[in-house]
Design a protein around this ligand. Structure first.
Ligand code: NAP
Length: 326
């Protein structure tokens, strides 16, 4: 049976990747930082087929030896782990840049050392769009790269960490003849498998409590009524598996399904769940621009996605089940 390693297995996106891989018959090596942390990782052991085919390994992204042990014997690696900001970043180098960039280097070197066939790196739409030099009418696609210097200067540490680590991973692949593919998801919503809310779960939860916290993910002008690009976590996992399994996948893939203004998202939530209190203090967008993007490359790989209503309804269902929302 084919073995695939998933880094940061207990996280929001990674848990769905592990679930999908197990459902498809793979043996999964999942890396976690604390094997004894049941609150963070206990849900993984309850996944269907986990008892027979999921093996957890302790590995921090800065622990090269630990990563080598987890990756050894694997045909493929889906590299998901990275620090995602959940508030003000105090020490960007130690909290964000070092684990993301050196961590990705460690994963790539471990893949080369252990002779992995294919690596899929989870990047972000923020590795594509954070570039002030794009003309307003630019169609955003995989040829676009965020400007890492701009990200660093404007203290967008998460964006910087994603663009630098993705670029390095793709270059490492070319230089070393290692098959590396990147997937760049937009804002991920949808049902949670884990019990601790991640940053984008918190952003959605906060909308039901009257708070707009899109600033957590360094969204430009987050306090204004701007375009929010969204993808369902299950569709994101599906994109990662397609990128892994399709022999023709190459380069990077923009992974986003819906684009709507914050006020439209809030109105949709109000229609679906009228009894919560929603934010009322969003400012009109000063630029009044529409972000134009295409997910054609991923669609051509065989990807499809859910409706936003399904994503939001299923998000709320699991948040209530987890006791995070009344
Ligand atoms: N959610 C989104 O909207 C979104 C959008 C685009 C891209 N992404 C990307 O998707 C991936 C997963 O994000 P997520 O939303 O699922 O967030 P998440 O639940 O916070 O997952 C992040 C994972 O990374 C692990 N991690 C963080 N620092 C680490 C380190 N130094 N060593 C080892 N593991 C470390 C965390 O482990 P612990 O549990 O031990 O902290 C956690 O498992 C990330 O690469 C993120 O950039 C997410």
């Amino acid at each position: 049976m084919e073995i695939v390693c998933v880094t940061g297995a207990g996280g929001y996106v990674a848990s769905w990747v592990v679930k999908e891989l197990l459902a498809k018959g793979y043996v999964v090596h999942g890396t976690v930082r604390d094997l004894d942390d049941e609150k963070k990782n206990g849900h993984l052991k309850k996944l269907e087929h986990a008892k027979e085919r999921l093996h957890l390994f302790k590995a921090d992204l800065l622990d090269y030896a630990g990563l080598c042990i987890a990756i050894d014997g694997c045909m493929g690696v889906i590299h998901v782990a990275t620090p995602v900001p959940a508030g003000k970043v105090k020490d960007p180098q130690a909290e964000m840049l070092e684990p993301a960039i050196t961590g990705t280097r460690n994963v790539m070197n471990a893949c080369l050392k252990t002779k992995v066939n294919k690596v899929v790196v989870v990047s972000s739409l923020f590795a594509i769009v954070a570039n002030p030099s794009w003309p307003k009418d630019q169609t955003i696609d995989e040829t676009c790269w965020s400007d890492s210097e701009f990200c660093m200067k404007s203290e967008k540490w998460y964006c910087a960490s994603k663009v630098i680590s993705e670029r390095e991973a793709l270059e490492f692949g070319k230089k070393n003849n290692l098959n590396v593919v990147a997937v760049c998801p937009s804002v991920v919503f949808g049902p949670m498998l884990q019990s601790i809310a991640c940053t984008t779960n918190i952003i959605l939860l906060n909308l039901f409590k009257g708070m707009n916290s899109f600033n957590l993910i360094e969204l430009d002008r987050a306090e204004e009524d701007v375009d929010i690009p969204i993808v369902d976590v299950r569709d994101c996992a599906k994109a990662l598996l397609l990128a892994y399994e399709k022999p023709e996948s190459e380069g990077r893939y923009l992974c986003s399904s819906h684009m709507l203004k914050t006020t439209t998202l809030i109105q949709l939530l109000k229609n679906l769940f009228p009894h919560y209190n929603y934010p009322t203090d969003l400012r009109s967008s000063i630029l009044n621009e529409d972000l134009n993007y295409t997910n054609e490359k991923l669609m051509n790989l065989g990807w499809s996605h859910r409706t936003l209503e399904e994503t939001l309804v299923d998000s709320v269902k699991t948040m209530r089940e987890a006791g995070l929302l009344s």
